[in-house]
Design a protein around this ligand. Structure first.
Ligand code: UT7
Length: 340
């Protein structure tokens, strides 16, 4: 495992605004019952998902990302031209290049920003937030735009019941700025990767190893392949581990956490990790029933619901955690407080 972390930064960064976007079309468990051999009961029991949103043909990740980004920038009281850095966590870029960051920059008119895409699968948002927070803390950016966005429906095999019931499409965006308030902002992060788990969750073709060909298409290799149980076990263990490490380093016990916002891959993963950590269910945000697993967008979608439901309030100690393909693991500890 490769570990990178930092707890002391020159100035603390914070999330000053947040916005999300999901496409209007809803794919319910009943719809999936007509497509593959599954049932509403199985999906709900095994994953916690009732429905997910998916795009219409022709709508791409940068479209969802741009919708969320425009709102986040407006909510921060800024103009697109105030943004100087864009980092997009995604596994489903519109195309391999140009990057989604370039496409979003152009769509929203953030003409003064530079940026790039970050490939960390379901840890896309946590890793992008870590990156932007470091940029802001070190003075490299004044107004950074962090996006987690995925159109998972573009890489899902809707004849494979083991994957198609899980995923959905969505986007979340946050503006990250220096915090004027010493009690608000990102305190620490704990990120690590374990590349030995690569084969457990991947899209085998379409890269330099197996470029697209009639053969790879015939073998359906441009779709997500997952060893569900292997990923499940790794996710439970490492959701807990990443949280434990960051709490320990900051001399905090789990009781001090006001809210746990985990990546939403499976209701059972989140609850068993929380139980092992000793965080009660009422302090855990779960909204997977409405969105499914939107990969890099789950955490902003969950944060946004928590804010709307007033479960996440100014000054709350928030623990964010994600486990994704790679494997990638990330957690952030922060004191919540939006700009307005
Ligand atoms: O965010 C990225 C990370 N991804 C994850 O974290 C996903 C982690 N894995 C999971 O969430 C779970 O492993 C799944 C939801 C993918 C699967 O749940 P499970 O409880 O691990 O099921 P399983 O793979 O052990 O399969 C149990 C049974 C099998 O049938 P048999 O062999 O017992 O007869 C499967 O064929 O359920 C069957 N099955 C289904 N049945 C109805 C698998 N998928 C379905 C389905 N509908 N959609």
């Amino acid at each position: 495992m490769v570990t990178a972390s930092s707890s002391r930064t020159p100035c603390r960064a914070r999330i000053s605004s947040l916005a999300t976007y999901v496409p209007p079309r809803v794919l319910t468990n009943a719809d999936l019952e007509k497509m593959v051999d599954t049932s509403d009961e199985w999906i709900l029991q095994r994953t916690g998902i009732r429905e997910r949103h998916i795009v219409e043909p022709g709508v791409a990740t940068s479209d969802l990302a741009a919708e969320a980004a425009r709102q986040a920038i407006a909510r921060a009281g800024l103009k697109p031209t105030d943004i100087d850095f864009i980092v997009v966590g995604t596994t489903t870029p519109d195309m391999l290049f140009p990057s989604t960051a370039c496409l979003v920059q152009h769509k929203i008119g953030a003409t003064r920003a530079w940026g790039y895409d970050l490939f960390a699968a379901c840890s896309g948002f946590t890793y992008a937030l870590t990156t932007a927070a470091q940029m802001v803390s070190n003075g490299g950016s004044r107004h950074a735009l962090v996006i987690g966005a995925d159109v998972m429906s573009s890489i899902i095999d809707y004849t494979d019941r083991t994957t198609c019931v899980i995923f959905g499409d969505g986007a979340g965006a946050a503006v990250v700025e220096a915090s004027g308030d010493p009690d608000i902002g990102i305190i620490d992060f704990e990120n690590y990767i374990d590349g030995s788990g690569g084969e457990s969750l991947c899209m085998p073709a379409g890269g330099s190893l197996r470029p697209a060909s009639t053969d790879t298409i015939a073998q359906r290799l441009h779709y997500v392949k997952q060893d569900g149980q292997a990923v499940f076990k790794f996710a439970v263990r490492n959701t807990e581990e990443a949280c434990r490490r960051i709490l320990q380093r900051n001399n905090l016990s789990a009781e001090k956490i006001d809210l746990l916002v985990s990546h939403q891959a499976n209701r059972r993963i989140i609850l068993s990790a929380a139980e092992k950590l000793g965080v009660p269910e009422e302090k855990v945000v779960i909204n997977i029933e409405r969105f499914g697993n939107t990969t890099a967008a789950t955490i902003p979608l969950a944060l946004s619901d928590a804010v709307d439901d007033q479960r996440l309030k100014r000054g709350d100690l928030l623990l964010m955690v994600s486990v994704g393909a790679g494997f990638t693991v990330g957690s952030l500890l922060l004191k919540w407080g939006l700009k307005t």
